[in-house]
Design a protein. Sequence first.
Length: 135
Amino acid sequence: MELARIVGLSPTATLHRIRKLKESGVIRRIRADLDPALAGFPLKVYVMITLARHTPKAERAFTDALKAIPEIVAADVIAGETDMVVVVAARDVADLQRVLSRLSLHGAQRITTLLHLEEIKPPSPLPLLSGPADR
């Protein structure tokens, strides 16, 4: 096990620690990091959404609908000029249009799309090992 070698523990001790971290919620999930384009999703689009209504019922209905759209691979509620930002992985423009239409039907008042062109820095681990001098 590569991880055990990196951290200097036996595979059994490493798995025990991973299990404890998962149970405590520190590790939320373990997953493969797929290349979206090679997996058939060459379009990555950031979508900023402003909701038409801000009642708890309307927001819950919208987020439930949003969670049911498989092309939406990430979603966050944000503060500022817009309510949410989501990431859409689409096969083509028609696929993206279907997602945007579904969002409109479920209560999005304003939708702004931003097309991803290039990744400069991929998602990285939390800086757990940096000290105060590094910050």
